[in-house]
Ligand binder design. Sequence first.
Ligand code: SF4
Ligand code: SF4
Length: 181
Amino acid sequence: MALHRGLNIITTLKHVSIRIYLYFLFFLFIITFGLSMFVLAPLYKAAIAPNARWRDLNVLKIWPHVYRVIWRSVSNKAYRDMYPSKLTDPPKLHNNPSEVRIKDSWQGSKDNCDACKLTCCAQIYCPMIDHKGRCLCYGSWYFGYLYCGRHPENQAQMDLYNCPKWEMRNAPQEDIKNTQA
Ligand code: SF4
Ligand code: SF4
């Protein structure tokens, strides 16, 4: 029991440390006007796109995009509130199937969004997509701890990008079914 609790504390401390580290990298980016991303490029790459090839990273597009993301997060409270996360939260590589489900009208694969006509990634002009349409950040700390891994996990996120695939489960009805089962 004590060992289990100790391991939980270590895991939580790890999540907190990684989040603080990511925020620190973005803070450095802001105060150096992006220079830190060039000077400490291996650190930024390891945190954001560890598996990407250097030649696939378009720094001239990434630089303004980071500013866009930071500005939207800092200046728009409604946007911030759409992506609630605590320092202690574990990373997520997908949304929670007990809270969301795929719409009956979705024609594409369950496992990817390839059938989406106007992806949320394209709507925000994200430069982290390679020439085959794959996310260069997938699986990274940035992906799991900040926005993308958990997207979309609530109605506001689905509405923001007019998502054709996901919808929220009707929690009260599910609860009733579970109670009756
Ligand atoms: S808008 Fe929805 S379906 Fe389209 S890429 Fe984003 S999450 Fe996938
Ligand atoms: S999931 Fe989309 S928005 Fe997020 S980093 Fe990857 S390409 Fe960009």
